[in-house]
Write a protein that binds this ligand. Structure first.
Ligand code: PLP
Length: 393
């Protein structure tokens, strides 16, 4: 903190690599590609660490695709997901030669076809089907139910595949599904797998061959003491059912979530008859998950403080919103000036951060062995408004 200031994100390179290898190694010799979901953590250095060990990437925008390429990732190891791919995004993805578009609607399929036609290219596609399974996760991160905006109803998928198969500008490669995030039980994944394998069989009877099956991401991590999925056992049970089919996975959180912490400093302690507030320098704009999903993150003192004030503290930020908290009711011994580590903050932490309340976004650091490197500078106040202009009169 003396070097980089507070607040701050800190990631562990070794942990990121270990988590990716847990996925990759579970496949052994089975054809597969582990595509890191870039939206979980899109820092160039994080992407570069993963590119160097052979990771593929799941991107949801042109910005993410450009980041991957800038970080040394390969376009032909990128799959492109997302419900609303814009024309320039599709053109760019075709030009750089991505591995596959995960198509989420009939209109999007038409748009990709007409762009491929214009560029005289053949677009590799998968249809993202919505298997209508309940991932039993927070409603904001559940995506595989009929009521969600994602994917194509499994009953409509066949006609889309027939349409794609008849187009000379579309190359049917795979089938895709992603049912949600922070899923801690394997059964919704296996339910979805059963449904998509049936669909693949049905497509085969119509002469449509699927070369890869993309099962998305969504594997939950431990934020507290919850039970979660054993990655190796999950992949082994997938491989028992899929024959020779190539498998793509798109884990985000499971690779970076537990590889990062958010460090924040206690500014003021404020106690009244009802509550003990520790007012910290980090806020909901830096780490949105608690405010947005009521998410739980463990909080650990960076240095044990036996002289502090013992209480059940609410950790609240400087932002003018009652929802601005990072943790509630945590038994800690605190003094003003203490540093706290908000644990498991490596996924959907920095990437969801904003400048709300004109707060510059924080710095990011990666630790590798006994080295540490600044991989994103703290923004300056000038950065906040240097694209703004006064009117002329
Ligand atoms: C968000 C997302 C992922 C990654 O989800 P995690 O829960 O971080 O593993 C993968 N695929 C798609 C299509 C997504 O939208």
């Amino acid at each position: 903190m003396a070097t980089y200031g507070s607040p701050l994100y800190v990631y562990s390179r070794a942990e990121i690599e270990k988590n990716w290898h847990t996925f990759n190694d579970a496949f052994s010799n089975h054809p597969h590609l582990v595509c890191f979901a870039v939206k979980a953590n899109s820092n160039l250095a994080v992407l570069n660490v993963l590119a160097k060990i052979g990771s593929g990437f799941d991107v949801v925008s042109r910005g993410e695709l450009e980041r991957v390429l800038a970080a040394g990732g390969q376009a032909n190891r990128c799959v492109f997901s997302g419900v609303a791919k814009a024309t320039d995004e599709i053109e760019y993805a075709l030009e750089v030669g991505i591995r596959c578009f995960n198509v989420e609607s009939s209109s999007e399929l038409d748009r990709i076809e007409s762009i491929a036609n214009r560029l005289n290219a053949q677009a590799p596609i998968s249809i993202r089907v919505n298997p209508d399974v309940d991932a039993k996760t927070h409603p904001y991160i559940s995506t595989g139910l009929k009521e969600n905006k994602f994917g194509v109803d499994i009953n409509d998928a066949i006609s889309l595949y027939e349409k794609a198969n008849n187009s000379k500008y579309l190359d049917v490669q795979g089938l895709d599904c992603h049912i949600g995030s922070q899923i801690t039980d394997v059964s919704p994944f296996l339910d979805a797998l059963g449904k998509v394998l049936e669909l693949i069989e049905e497509l085969k009877t119509k002469g449509i061959e699927i070369a890869h099956l993309d099962l998305g991401g969504g594997i939950g991590i431990k934020y507290d003491n919850e039970q979660t999925i054993d990655v190796n056992a999950y992949i082994v049970s997938v491989l028992e059912k899929v024959g020779d089919l190539e498998i793509i996975l798109e884990p985000g959180r499971a690779i970076v979530g537990n590889a990062g912490i958010f460090v924040t400093q206690v500014e003021f302690l404020k106690q009244n008859s009802e509550h003990s507030f520790a007012i910290i320098d980090g806020a909901m704009n830096d780490l949105l998950r608690p405010a947005f999903y009521s998410a739980y993150h463990q909080v650990l003192p960076v240095n044990e403080n036996s002289n502090g004030t013992q209480a059940n503290w609410d950790l609240v930020g400087p932002i003018c919103e009652t929802g601005d908290f990072l943790a509630k009711n945590r038994k800690l011994s605190l003094s003003e000036g203490d540093y706290l580590a908000i644990m498991s903050a490596g996924a959907y932490g920095f990437t969801m951060s904003s400048n709300y309340n004109s707060r510059p976004r924080v710095a990011e650091v990666i630790v590798s062995g006994d080295q540490h490197s600044l991989v994103r500078e703290r923004e300056t106040i000038q950065d906040l408004f240097n694209k703004e202009h006064l009117m002329n009169d």
